[in-house]
Write a protein that binds this ligand. Structure first.
Ligand code: PTJ
Length: 250
């Protein structure tokens, strides 16, 4: 993160303060919902205990998730109001490195916020951004939060859903999709319903996945399948929980 904001660069919690600033700016710009501020606060508490770093276990999950994106027939990166505010360029870069589509998909969907996020992603280098058509539904979810694009998330075999509501994460898993979840809470229903739970901050997870994608760019299918098949989701969640429970308050 490098944008100029009024946060002293030598502050011990510089990255965390910058992340807060981004979420705040997202609310001001009509991208992030006010509930997004609460979600961010919850995430911060877990991140604090994790030491605000990517653990070796999370790094492995990020590599596995990247291999899934590279193996996919149709991968989609789902973007909500928090992700758009925190990591717009990082989302575009991961999409480019893996050939995935980007779809805006909101829990608290309004047409204004949908359009603002599409515009924001375009300002950060995105080409096509799906989500505005909303001509299909996630079965079992009522109201606006069930809307998706028929040629986007509905059609995808692999979806990356960061900071997802538990209900929707479960509904997407029920559709038989390979679900890659980024969530700092290893106990959340989203993390627990994931094929690959990534317990890491989205601001670290996405760039790290892009690095893995570049490293795996020339890997053949057998190599990618080997990476995916050896992954143990239960162990990844246990590792994260252990790190959090033994986290330092310093
Ligand atoms: O923009 P919308 O309308 O789609 O709404 C987005 C939010 C995030 C408000 C909505 O999906 C929501 O209410 O989510 P939850 O149920 O609060 O879940 C968010 C999860 O993300 C929680 O488990 C947090 O711990 C986690 N989280 C928060 N910030 C981060 C995070 N995980 C990774 N990186 C973060 N920066």
């Amino acid at each position: 993160m490098s944008e100029h904001v009024d946060v002293p660069a030598d502050h011990p919690r510089y990255e965390s303060l910058l992340t807060r600033h981004r979420i705040e700016a997202g609310v001001d710009k009509g991208i992030t919902s006010r509930q997004g501020l609460i979600a961010q606060g919850r995430g911060e508490a877990f991140d604090y205990l994790l030491g605000e770093r990517t653990t070796p276990s999370a790094d492995e999950a990020e590599r596995v998730a990247t291999a899934h994106l590279l193996l996919a027939d149709h991968a989609v990166l789902s973007v909500n109001g928090n992700v758009a505010a925190l990591a717009p360029r990082e989302t575009v870069e991961l999409a480019e490195a893996t050939g995935a589509d980007i779809e805006v998909n909101l829990f608290n969907r309004t047409e204004e916020r949908m359009q603002a996020i599409v515009d924001h992603l375009r300002e950060h280098g995105a080409g096509e951004v799906k989500g505005l058509n909303a001509d299909a539904r996630i079965p079992g979810l009522s109201h606006e939060r069930g809307k998706v694009d028929s040629d986007g998330i509905h059609d995808a075999d692999v979806v990356l859903v960061p900071l997802e509501d538990g209900d929707r994460a479960e509904a997407l898993a029920d559709m038989g999709k390979i679900e890659l979840v980024v969530d700092l809470n290893p106990g959340s229903r989203s993390a627990r319903s994931a094929t690959v739970p990534i317990v890491d901050n989205i601001v670290r997870a996405l760039p790290n996945m892009t690095e893995h994608a570049r490293e795996l760019a020339d890997a053949d299918e057998a190599t990618l399948r080997g990476i995916v098949e050896n992954f143990d989701a239960e162990k990844a969640l246990d590792d994260a929980e252990r790190e959090i429970r033994s986290g330092s308050f310093e």
